[in-house]
Write a protein that binds this ligand. Structure first.
Ligand code: C5P
Length: 231
């Protein structure tokens, strides 16, 4: 089979931008697993399912959220260029923009902690791997989704740097109302939730290479990864 490159790391470390560039340079498919968790979160909110129910607390309960996760159809469509976002569809609704709102962002970690949600999505992610070479990014790619990936990268950056990058993204998307402090808080909260949940928490795989990206731009980081892959 063609190579799988797994890129994990905390929120705002630049995984998406870097992963897309690497995929583009190596002719591999790009898989944004965070977009899948965001799409389910959007669906949960749209269906008016309350998050502070038993399901959210028990993490593994069979519940409305689990049902949605097992029954929904998520599609990711390639974008025409590296600047425009990858299209995200759930049950035939285009949610490309909607999944990036602050509301979805603040709820996604709670949904992603549900073991049934993870089971449903990991299965879909692994089926992408069966079709061919991938650059897959997320939180548990190297540890859980593709433990045999040929290359495993763990991207990090300081919270301040990551919040600044997110602020730029939000401004580009025309959401200028968000502040740096809000983003720092959101990132810190998500990191805590993502790294302390019971099911496949955010963690560097033992055999992953850690890349500290403070002060580096996405192209420099992508070049390092491509280099590493080609060695
Ligand atoms: O990468 P992104 O910020 O879009 O991910 C959104 C959220 O989805 C993360 O904060 C995390 O809670 C969840 N996620 C996950 N496992 C992945 C990818 C994302 O739990 N592989």
């Amino acid at each position: 089979r063609q190579a799988i490159i797994a890129i994990d790391g905390p929120a705002g470390a630049g995984k998406s931008t870097v992963a897309r560039q690497v995929a583009n340079q190596l002719g591999l498919v790009y898989l944004d697993t965070g977009a899948m968790y965001r799409a389910i979160t959007w669906l949960v909110l749209k269906n008016g399912i309350v998050l502070d129910d038993e399901c959210a607390i028990a993490e593994d309960a069979r519940c409305a959220i689990a049902e949605l996760a097992h029954q929904c159809k998520i599609e990711l469509t390639p974008s025409p260029n590296l600047q425009s976002p990858v299209g995200v569809w759930i049950n035939d609704t285009d949610v490309t923009q909607e999944i990036r709102t602050i509301e979805v962002t603040s709820k996604v970690s709670a949904i992603a902690a549900q073991s049934e949600v993870r089971k449903a999505l990991v299965k879909q992610q692994q089926s992408w791997g069966k079709r061919g070479g991938l650059v897959a990014e997320g939180r548990d790619i190297g540890t859980h989704v593709f433990p045999d990936a040929e290359v495993k990268i763990f991207l990090t950056a300081s919270v301040g740097e990551r919040a600044r990058r997110r602020l730029q993204d939000f401004r580009k998307q025309g959401q200028p109302e968000v502040t740096l402090e809000q983003l720092e808080q959101d990132i810190a909260e998500r990191d805590l939730k993502d790294s302390t949940r019971k099911v496949s928490p955010l963690k560097k795989a033992a055999d992953a290479v850690e890349v500290q990206t403070d002060g580096l731009n996405a192209s420099e980081v992508a070049a390092q990864i491509v280099d590493y892959y080609q060695k």
